[in-house]
Design a protein around this ligand. Structure first.
Ligand code: ZN
Length: 295
């Protein structure tokens, strides 16, 4: 049986595992995200120890962004310049591939989660889906024909421009754009606007009307630009499940009948959905990357 190495590099923690399939995790380790000088050798040490016992077929890595995905440039597989301390221009794929000597698949964390949901979760049976994560930050994985959207680098859907709710006086929280989607609707923006953590706000708080409005605008833009077969909303903020009906109503009202498909007009409950894989989406998506890298 083939064994794969899977890696999730996150803003706060790294998860590495050796897996034989989506339900067959053989070993797993987690450590705090610090610097590439510390974390990359930790990842290699874990994978190499297992590789020495039973060879790994390939490795899949889902990484926090921004990352370099253009295979024609020498720094493919590294972290792009970022405000995150220590990680700007850090190579990720190259040292791991050099140490293990097997194919390595690599993509953005949210794209990786989208691939996991497409293969084993809420996107099964479909070909074109968008997965938004709405938590500490906001991003979207766009899958077209079963593949991450080929592009210049990767989409940065969390920074799209929205119309402000006229009652919202919060300046916004994005260090680049102030009141983009992430600056208005990510967890830290909610906390800063209302002075309390999002999950402590009651379901009838006006905070959720603003939130549903901003997310619905992003979904409307996504439907108009990409026309996916389904939109999956994950991340910490979307654990507030009462947001789903509010967002669906808002999307229908904003589209105003313009997109005349049964999926939107008759089955919006099946069109805008929560993830099916929970916090396993990233790990399972990294397995998809590993399997595809081995093909
Ligand atoms: Zn922004």
């Amino acid at each position: 049986m083939a064994l794969y190495g899977v890696v999730e590099t996150g803003g706060t923690k790294m998860v590495c595992a050796v897996v034989a399939g989506p339900d067959d995790i053989r070993a797993e380790v987690r450590f705090p995200t610090t610097s590439p000088e510390e974390n990359i050798p930790q990842i290699i040490a874990f994978l190499a120890a297992h590789h020495a016992q039973t060879p790994l077929t390939s490795i899949g890595i889902g990484s926090f962004g921004p990352i370099v995905l253009d295979k024609s440039v020498p720094n493919y597989g590294s972290v792009a310049p970022t405000t995150k301390p220590f990680w700007s221009n850090a190579p990720v794929v190259a040292p791991i591939q050099a140490a293990l000597g097997v194919p390595v698949g690599f993509d953005l964390d949210v794209t990786t989660a989208a691939l996991g949901e497409l293969t084993w979760g809420a996107g099964q049976g479909l070909h074109h889906i968008v997965y938004y994560t709405i938590g500490t930050g906001i991003g979207a994985g766009i899958i077209v024909n079963g593949q991450p959207l080929p592009c210049m680098m990767h989409p940065e859907s969390g920074h799209q421009r929205l119309s402000r709710n006229p009652l919202d006086t919060f300046a916004g929280n994005c260090s680049f754009h102030l009141d983009c989607l992430e600056g208005l609707a990510a967890g830290p923006a909610i906390e800063k606007r209302w002075g309390t953590k999002a999950h402590l706000l009651p379901p009838d708080h006006v905070a959720w009307e603003y939130e549903a409005d901003y997310i619905a605008q992003a979904i409307m833009n996504t439907i108009l630009l990409v026309s996916p077969q389904r939109i999956i909303l994950g991340g910490g903020v979307m654990e507030q499940l009462h947001l789903f009906p509010m967002i669906r109503r808002n999307v229908l009202s904003r589209l105003n009948g313009y997109i005349n498909t049964p999926a939107i007009l008759d089955h919006i409950d099946d069109y805008i959905v929560p993830p099916a894989l929970g916090n396993q989406a990233g790990m399972l998506g990294a397995l998809v990357l590993a399997m595809r890298a081995a093909e």
